[in-house]
Design a protein around this ligand. Structure first.
Ligand code: F6R
Length: 596
């Protein structure tokens, strides 16, 4: 995780660096820091967010080359001494990734009498580079030499006290982009960070090194040869204004779901599936966190539309087990960022086994999108809140569209089914907009959950996945103890946790499971639970006598699922606000989890 940035400008660089860091804050926000080359280094570090860093630089810092970092702690607590940049003998480094062999490197350095300030794995990097530089290597060569000794993943930006007009960048495993603009050469973990200063960017490949100077960006490949990478336009962060209106990016992104869903649908509606994927005999759906829940929610639809078994696995488990796969398996890898280390590891594990891969991904330049056989994009737009909201509903829609396209290709979808599913898909954007209007009810539910400090979510089929997502949202935003259970599983033990007044949120829609879910709601009610039912119009009458709070959601069938997504998102946001927690930047988290 972590976000790195570096810049060489025709004018003082510090404020542009901090602005860019602000746009990378979603990658981690435990601490932040920057170094600007002067004469000498000007360095500032803060524990906490970027606004503190901006305040601390004031109008000082005249240097025209600098590097910056926003941290998600892996090695060492969120303390000033662990904040980047790390400096040794005239070399300053910011790092995203994990250096696996740092202990052995560090002990060798300690034996040579070198000293360390931090508990981080990163601090060995400036020591290695400074040693190479002291031995006479030019900046690029010094970085290359150091990288040869590093094991693990890294994207680094390096500043030299004795070469204050340049920044050197290296990449292995962790994503990083170089960019250029009028009078500016820059690097960042995400090109959107550079929208205000750069026009175009190129993604570095593993083993690449780049030199940023006032002459521009020079890229070398892993053999040290000058190379070219594909330059693309830098897109801005389009939701900035809305966050002001809604009070947080997350809330704005919940409101933006209808348009995000329409965009995604328009993008995928006419997409054709290549033959080697359409002929799959089995799907393996993989994701992490909310992306896994989106896949779980879509799974019954995929099985029904395509008529083949669909396995579901968390990427972190899938990469560990390396389970045998049946012939004809196609991997469907679901990820907003396309950068999550666990899902990338699954991609690397499946590729040599000749498993065709579909990437359902929101960030078009991400490694997952580039590495898969078929990119099946969501068009949620940039999601700046750490919690997945619009990307989650767009993933569900994209996956169901994928199922429909597969089914049509294979002849498993009849004309009637196609018309019915098309109608449902066309309706989900409007359903989300209508669900948002029930906000006052969601706020009241949030008050109750905050008061009780806990919640149990239950559902069956796709609604079980929605229950899981509801519990995740309630954990990650208001930090409440929340659990999700497949409603039918409760009676096998977990029902013992239900006590007088304990809130149970029942996700149910009409259809084959509604009656059974209703029976489970009765069971928890009989044990004193406070039942909150999120149901559709068709099941409202049946749930009314059982529910202490009944929310009748818009939509039916597929629509109910999307309305439930909006409901659980808004409940969690309200609960976080009531508890005075930062909605966009919940504790201990980061948007792109690039560590395993
Ligand atoms: C929860 C959330 C996370 C992500 C997970 C996977 O709101 O955002 O659980 O879903 O980190 O991230 P991606 O989808 O980028 O692979």
């Amino acid at each position: 995780m972590c976000g790195i940035v570096g810049m060489v400008n025709g004018h003082p660089v510090a404020r542009d660096l901090v602005t860019a860091l602000g746009r990378l804050e979603y990658r981690g926000y435990d601490s932040a820091g920057l170094a600007v080359a002067g004469p000498g280094f000007d360095i500032r570090k803060v524990v906490g967010g970027i606004p503190g860093l901006m305040d601390s630089i004031g109008n000082g810092f005249a240097g025209r080359a600098g590097i910056g970092h926003t941290r998600w702690a892996t090695h060492g607590r969120a303390e000033l001494r662990n904040a980047h940049p790390h400096v040794w003998n005239g070399v300053a480094v910011v790092h995203n990734g994990i250096i696996e062999n740092y202990r052995s490197l560090r002990s060798g350095m300690l034996e040579r009498g070198e000293t360390f300030q931090s508990e981080t794995d990163s601090e060995v990097i400036p020591h290695l580079i400074a040693a190479a530089r002291a031995a006479g290597a030019a900046p690029v060569e010094a970085v290359r030499g150091a990288c040869a000794e590093l094991q693990g993943d890294y994207a680094i930006a390096v500043l030299f006290e004795d070469a204050p007009d340049r920044v050197i960048v290296a990449r292995q495993g962790s994503p990083v982009m170089v960019a250029r603009g009028p009078q500016t050469a820059a690097v960042a973990s995400d090109p959107a960070a550079l929208a205000s200063v750069c026009d175009d960017y190129a993604t570095l490949e593993d083993g690449d090194l780049a030199e940023l100077s006032t002459e521009g960006v020079t890229i070398y490949d892993s053999d040290g040869c000058l190379t070219r990478r594909r330059w693309q336009k830098v897109e801005g962060a389009e939701d900035d204004g809305r966050a002001l209106v809604y009070g947080s990016f997350t809330r704005a992104e919940i409101a933006a779901q209808p348009e995000a869903l329409r965009r995604t649908d328009a993008k995928l509606r006419d997409r054709v599936i290549p033959l080697h994927i359409a002929e799959a005999e089995r799907l393996l759906l993989v994701g992490c966190g909310s992306s896994l829940h989106a896949a779980a929610a879509a799974r019954p639809w995929l099985e029904c539309l395509i008529g083949i078994p669909c396995d579901l696995e968390a990427a972190s488990e899938c990469r560990t087990r390396e389970a045998p796969l049946s012939r004809g398996t196609v991997g469907v890898l679901v990820s907003q960022s396309g950068e999550t280390a666990d899902i990338l590891a699954v991609m690397e594990m499946l590729k040599p086994r000749n498993v065709p891969l579909v990437a359902v991904v929101n960030v078009p330049h991400a490694q997952l999108a580039r590495g898969a056989d078929l990119s099946w994009p969501t068009e949620a737009g940039r999601e700046q809140g750490v919690a997945a909201t619009k990307s989650f509903t767009c993933q569900m829609l994209a996956l169901i569209r994928f199922g429909l396209a597969m089914g049509l290709h294979r002849g498993t979808v009849t004309l009637d089914t196609m018309v019915a599913v098309e109608r449902e898909l066309n309706g989900v954007a409007a359903v989300c907009a209508r669900a948002e209007k029930l906000d006052l009810q969601f706020e009241a539910i949030a008050e109750r959950l905050v008061q009780e400090g806990e919640a149990l979510f239950i559902g069956r089929g796709s609604a079980a996945a929605m229950a899981a997502e509801g519990a995740l949202k309630l954990k990650e935003l208001p930090y409440l103890r929340a659990e999700a259970y497949a409603a039918g599983e409760l009676k096998y033990g977990a029902i013992a946790t239900v006590h007088e007044g304990s809130p149970v949120i029942v996700c149910a829609g009409a259809g084959q499971y509604a009656n059974r879910t209703l029976a489970n709601a009765e069971e928890v009610r009989a044990r004193g639970a406070y039942v909150i039912a999120l149901v559709d119009d068709a099941s409202a009458a049946a749930f009314a006598p059982v529910a202490d709070e009944l929310v009748v959601l818009p939509g039916a069938g597929l629509g109910t699922l999307f309305a439930q997504a909006v409901a659980i998102q808004l409940i969690a946001v309200h609960a976080a606000i009531l508890l005075n927690h930062p909605v966009d930047r919940p504790r201990h988290q980061a948007k792109s989890v690039t560590v395993a």
